[in-house]
Design a protein. Structure first.
Length: 225
């Protein structure tokens, strides 16, 4: 059994205690550190070498957004799941753009938080396409045109096959679904995803989904069906 190393970050000691009690009972999860503020995160990560960090967004000194950006900029960075009290939150979206692999609400049932940690540790995002769309629609605002132009320019560096795979990722398809839909092997899909991440200098599939949304590609696909 592979044990997932986990760090908990929240400024509320009661929340940390509750998470620690809940997560510590799982045989495949080991809590290797806790932090009460984003300013402590890097030191705790250096000591514990976690696979996943559960990161609160709102903290008094250094918030979870800045802490996520700092972590994801590091070599061999752990995966980050954002903890929040809001579904549609500009800060959550910014954390996802910074490289977080997903988010969970603080009132999420314990079993679902455990499942999210396991999914992220396995390399899968914990965002449904519906929730992703809600977040991005919430944050669209006046900067959409500027983001769209930049996103389309970046997507333009992909070849046709990579672009098809990127759109499928943006639609929330798993590798096996993409393979069936585009008539290729799962291994080939994984290779394309890896190339897309490298070409576009992205961290994970969530960022691919955000970029395809910004570029308007998901709207085009829906319009064509």
């Amino acid at each position: 059994m592979t044990v997932i190393r986990l760090v908990l970050v929240d400024d509320d000691p009661l929340v940390r205690a509750g998470l620690s009690f809940m997560m510590g009972g799982a045989e495949d999860i080991e809590i290797v550190g806790e932090a009460a503020d984003g300013s402590e995160v890097e030191e705790v990560v250096d000591r514990g070498r976690p696979d996943v960090v559960l990161m609160d967004i709102r903290m008094p000194k250094v918030d979870g957004l800045v802490a996520t950006e700092r972590l994801r900029a590091r070599k061999d960075a752990p995966q980050v799941i954002v903890l929040t009290t809001f579904h549609a939150d500009e800060q959550v979206l910014r954390a996802l753009r910074a490289g977080a692999a997903g988010f969970v609400l603080k009132d999420t049932p314990p079993a679902e938080i455990l499942a999210a940690v396991r999914r992220v540790a396995a390399g899968d995002p914990v965002l449904s396409p519906t929730v992703t769309r809600q977040l991005m629609a919430h944050a669209a605002g006046s900067s959409l045109d500027t983001r769209r132009a930049g996103a389309r320019s970046r997507i333009g560096t992909l070849n046709d096959r990579e672009r098809e795979v990127a759109v499928a990722v943006g639609q929330g398809r798993a590798n096996a679904e993409i393979a069936t839909e585009l008539f290729m092997s799962v291994a080939t899909v994984k290779t394309h995803v890896s190339r897309i991440l490298a070409k576009l200098d992205l961290n994970n599939r969530v960022q691919i989904a955000l970029l395809t949304y910004d570029a308007g590609l998901l709207d085009e696909q829906e319009g064509g069906h």
